[in-house]
Each structure stands twice: as structure tokens, then as C-alpha cells.
Ligand binder design. Structure first.
Ligand SMILES: NCc1[nH]cc(CCC(=O)O)c1CC(=O)O
Length: 300
């Protein structure tokens, strides 16, 4: 038996696919990587939230799974929509890396009269403007190495990246600041494996699961799902487990960062089910979170 692992072609995607491959090899399963280009990779210059609502990075791999061209697909879990296609399942979630967002400054710092921050993410934009209303935020796209190069080539104060993405491909040394105050994207820093529902390898995939990570990301993703928001919405959610407690922070922001709603909870791990994520999102919905999310600026 040789399992075909579908992956995107970026350095980060390949690193994550290799990780899954090694874990399967350690379980005496042979593997082969199949590189597939996604729509989100081809269209590097269009802002991500304009590419389409959901699955811009996952669709090509979903198709390959459904056609049987690959047996599993490896993704950054935060890029995977909370609702999968009917025939597909999230079969494993690996142990999470650092979930935080970080600031990367240019190698040579520039003198700025007004700070300009680069990011292509509307969540990062909203959080940044919420905390620093006087700063300017500009768009930034491309895979991690491309974005790092753009940071050095422009006059920006810096750009926001995922800690895990930089660390995995050897750019941890570019981190200037860990942005502890920014609530990460739901499931940021976790790697997920998607397979067909009728896969015959479920038991094998279960062995790749990291239970604590799975509990946390299921809650974060339920929170996002309940708010009916895709990966490109100004929604942050982060859960972590310490001893027997699960700690959760979630927030919904207006696009321009002018308003936000927060929820913070701690519960015993024994009570931690995805349902909690739905409930906590419901609290914010009752306070008008959906109106906050759907409120558009005139220049949008
Ligand atoms: N949207 C692109 C993307 N998808 C996953 C990561 C990083 C790894 C992760 O968060 O799991 C990145 C890069 C980034 O956000 O800087």
C-alpha cells in the first residue's frame, strides 16, 4: 500500500505534507506526495477576500480527493472552510505549533512619519486598526518567502505573519515581535488532514490526531462557523488547555476596527465540546455580532 498525499506547492505546504508523510512512514505506511496548484496560489495579486468566499486554497485538492487521485490532503487548517464538501471529512489534526501572529520588520528599518503595516488579512487589518487607529494598513499577498521579500523592498513599518508559518520554513529569525494582543485565526498553527468520508484508512488517520489540539480547534472552528464567517472574516478565536482547564478567547470586529465584541471563558476540559464554540458565538450574535461583521465601509 502506498498512500498518495495531496499538497499545494508552496514551501510551507510541502513542509506540512512532509511532516504527515514522515508520521505515516513511522507507522510503516509508504507515501508519495502529489503536488497540486490551487486557485489561491495562481492568483497571487488579487486580495484574498476577493478571490471568492471559501476554499480558495482547498478546492483543487478537494477535487483530487473526490476523483480518487489522492488518498489524503494536507492543509494549514486555518485555510480549510469550517464546512467541508459532503463527501469529505477532517480526519486528523496534528499537534499545533505556535498559534500567534507576529510582526516582521524590514531588515533595514525605515524612518516613517506615519506607520504603515502590510497584511492581506482582513482579520489582521481589523485587529491592527482597533489597537492603532492612527496607523495605515496596506494589502500584501503571496506565499511566505514572497511576502518577506516585499517587507524588505518597501517602506513599511512591518507586516503581520503567522508564527507557525515562519518557523516551519526557517524564518523564525525574521520575527520582530509576537503580537500577543491579536487573537489568532481559528485553528491557526494547526495542520489538518482531509480524506474522503468512505476512506478505508480512518484508524490510521486517527493515530495522527493530537487530542488536545483537536478539542481546541473544534471549538474555535465552531465559533467561526456559527458566525457564518469564512477564513477571511474579522473573527479571532483561540483555545488552549492547561492542566484540566480549557481557556478560550474569541472576538468579532468591525472591518475598520472601530468596534469589537469579545468573549472569554474557562471551562473544565471534560466539558469542552464543539457545542461550546457555537454557544459562545451565539452570545455575541445576541449582542449584534452579525451586524458588526456585515457592516461595510463605503470604500469597500
Ligand atoms: N493564509 C495563508 C496561510 N495559511 C497558513 C499560514 C501559516 C501557518 C498556519 O497558520 O497554520 C499562512 C501564512 C500566514 O498566515 O502568514
Amino acid at each position: 500500500m502506498k498512500l498518495k498525499i495531496g499538497t499545494r506547492k508552496s514551501t510551507l505546504a510541502l513542509w506540512q505534507a512532509e511532516l504527515v508523510s514522515k508520521k505515516l512512514n513511522a507507522l510503516d505506511v509508504q507515501t508519495q506526495l502529489v503536488e497540486i496548484e490551487s486557485f489561491g496560489d495562481k492568483e497571487q495579486d488579487i486580495p484574498i477576500h476577493k478571490l471568492g468566499d471559501k476554499g480558495v486554497f482547498t478546492k483543487a485538492l478537494d477535487d483530487a480527493l473526490i476523483k480518487g487521485e489522492v488518498d489524503l490532503a494536507v492543509h494549514s487548517l486555518k485555510d480549510v472552510p469550517t464546512v467541508l464538501l459532503n463527501d469529505l471529512d477532517l480526519v486528523s489534526v496534528l499537534e499545533r505549533g505556535n498559534p500567534r501572529d507576529v510582526l516582521v520588520k524590514p531588515k533595514e528599518e525605515k524612518e516613517n512619519t506615519r506607520r504603515t503595516i502590510a497584511t492581506g488579512s482582513i482579520r489582521r487589518t481589523a485587529f491592527w486598526k482597533n489597537r492603532f487607529p492612527g496607523d495605515e494598513v496596506v494589502g500584501l499577498r503571496g506565499n511566505v518567502p514572497t511576502r518577506l521579500q516585499k517587507v524588505d523592498d518597501n517602506d513599511w513599518y512591518g507586516a503581520v505573519f503567522a508564527y507557525a508559518g515562519l518557523e516551519r520554513i526557517g524564518f523564525e529569525n525574521r520575527i520582530s515581535e509576537v503580537l500577543d494582543w491579536m487573537i489568532p485565526a481559528p485553528s491557526q498553527g494547526a495542520v489538518g488532514v482531509v480524506a474522503r468520508k468512505d476512506t478505508t484508512h480512518r484508524e490510521l488517520f486517527n493515530k495522527l490526531n493530537h487530542n488536545e489540539t483537536r478539542i481546541c480547534v473544534d471549538i474555535e472552528r465552531a465559533f467561526l462557523n456559527e458566525l457564518e464567517a469564512g477564513c477571511s472574516s474579522p473573527v479571532g478565536a483561540h483555545a488552549y488547555i492547561k492542566k484540566d482547564m480549557l481557556y478560550f478567547t474569541g472576538a468579532v470586529l468591525a472591518l475598520d476596527g472601530s468596534r469589537r465584541m469579545d468573549v472569554e471563558r474557562e471551562i473544565p476540559v471534560s466539558e469542552a465540546t464543539a457545542e461550546k464554540g457555537h454557544q459562545w458565538a451565539d452570545l455575541l450574535k445576541n449582542d449584534g455580532a452579525v451586524e458588526l461583521l456585515t457592516h461595510r465601509n463605503s470604500n469597500d
